[in-house]
Design a protein around this ligand. Sequence first.
Ligand code: ATP
Length: 202
Amino acid sequence: MAVGPGTKSKRIGIMGGTFDPIHNGHLVAASEVQDVFNLDEVIFVPTATQPFKKGRRVTPPEHRYLMTVIATSENPRFTVSRVDIDRGGTTYTIDTLRDLREERPDAEFFFITGADALAKIMQWKDHEEMFKLAHFVGVSRPGHELPEGVANDNVMSLLEVPALAISSTDVRQRASKGAPIWYLVPDGVVRYVDKYDLYQDL
Ligand code: ATP
């Protein structure tokens, strides 16, 4: 697609996730990729509610969306998209990329994914088309090896990011036991979890 004089296509990171809840591991990874890849923006895209994820009930999308907005609100380069929530059904990355491509035809996309998710990327729906729509950036995550055989090449880069051993699962379990979640998630997310009594009945 032609771009007008003096305009440059934007470099945009995309971070998909359940974000139940969003935590500082997500934010640090996105911030590091933004810096290293010189991205203009990183779009966080909460998934629609799969009825169950690994056998548990996922928190309704509006709560996960609002926590993601709260967590990203102070970073001028971070935004949040509702494309997956509004489409509904099972979220596949190929659909996320197609919808965002329609919204931003000129952008160069960098899809950010943690080492755990990356291990199965060749099983993702329509992965060959997926690789045409975005460059993939696999980020390190404590407890998960960046997989061998997934090379740094034209479609995929691997990046070591500051190691934060935080998972949403752990945050939920702590909240359900009344253990502190301060400093694992942004302060506004702690208050939101408290206000709506999230994660009380795991
Ligand atoms: P859960 O514990 O509920 O499975 P999660 O902590 O893995 O959740 P997701 O919302 O599933 O969080 O993750 C979204 C994306 O962020 C995935 O690509 C995941 O690999 C990545 N990610 C999550 N936590 C970290 C972390 N601590 N460091 C780096 N990447 C992370």
